[in-house]
Design a binder for this molecule. Sequence first.
Ligand code: ZN
Length: 277
Amino acid sequence: MPEGDSVYRAAARLRDTLAGVQLTAADLRVPAHATAALAGRWVLEVAPRGKHLLTRLEGGLTLHTHLRMDGRWETYRPGERWAGGPAWQIRAVLATERGTAVGYRLPVVELLRTADEERAVGHLGPDLLGADWDPVEALRRLLAHPARPLAEALLDQRNLAGIGNVYANELSYLAGVTPWTPVGELRDPGRLVGRARELLDANKLRPGHVTTGDTRRGHQHWVYGRAGRPCPRCGTLVLTARQGTPPQDRVAYWCPYCQRGPAPEARSAGPRTAGRR
Ligand SMILES: [Zn+2]
């Protein structure tokens, strides 16, 4: 699942290729929009909203896409070979004189009127990387249901937009509580919300979702993807378990020493399952 900082970078790449120039070719390979004639239109801007991407076109149209689990937007210079996956996984192609943006495995490809964008993204909470980021409103939404487990509340894009499973786990660690801790029991929820913003902002121009400040491979996270390995702070083995109800469940990671609060019957997994989502 992409985090908001990945989507932010995808938007920047798309902007470099598309924004401010005319589409020389466009092909939406989804039944609802297969006949849409977009070539010749100018691309006004590419805006990330949480984990959604809004590509705004001349004539009051917006192409709304979402990456969900493994969708990707790749951009290629003219003549460069497309390498994002087999052709049947391509859902959208947008070409300009600068290059081509190819959307692979996009589960959401929706053409709508720009005036109707709210229908697609209006449910989102304050955008952690948005110019209109509102920490007070984000905190209000996060605490609206005090019994809700922390990671689940952080992943709910209606509370604050942009957090995926890496940050949900790492923020729980940084707050010193397990991902199952009810949000109402957080000692300093405002600090956690501020930290969420800091982390995404620090990572918006680099890959890796670094939460430790250490960009070296294997050192980027406190607990995420580190099941069965020692906690960097105390040396206790990091535990893992599923959290949530299928198919919405995720893998949670935590240090039983550094993080207080409820947790299911845990298992310390070997490297075989490390990194699974
Ligand atoms: Zn620890």
